[in-house]
Design a protein. Structure first.
Length: 116
């Protein structure tokens, strides 16, 4: 079983920055994809960014050029650096672990609020 612990959410003004962190623990399969999804009022959960264990990344069009996902495999941690934040980035951000084989896992979510 895999447990995900997220940190780094909070309140920030438009144009500001935040960095989210997520550290999976438990029975981690080395070949995996780590990612961030967000849920906003009136919308379902949507992909923000994902990164494979090999370093390949994929971003939602709405965050390209502003957000950067990275991972430290030695620390088993994934990061999401969010710059130039906009009010529409407000939502609950969830960390996801998807192994090559086996069930995926989700974190409990961390609130990001972009408001003046």
């Amino acid at each position: 079983q895999v447990h995900l612990v997220e940190s780094g959410g909070g309140l920030v003004q438009p144009g500001g920055s935040l960095r989210l962190s997520c550290a999976p623990s438990g029975s981690i399969f080395s070949i995996n994809t780590l990612g961030w999804y967000r849920q906003t009022p009136g919308k379902g959960r949507e992909l923000v960014a994902v990164i494979s264990s090999g370093g390949s990344t994929n971003y939602a069009d709405s965050v390209k050029g502003r957000f950067t996902i990275s991972r430290d495999n030695a620390k088993n941690t994934v990061y999401l650096q969010m710059n130039s934040l906009k009010p529409e980035d407000t939502g609950v951000y969830y960390c996801n672990y998807t192994p090559r084989w086996g069930p995926d896992a989700w974190g409990q979510g961390t609130q990001v609020t972009v408001s003046s």
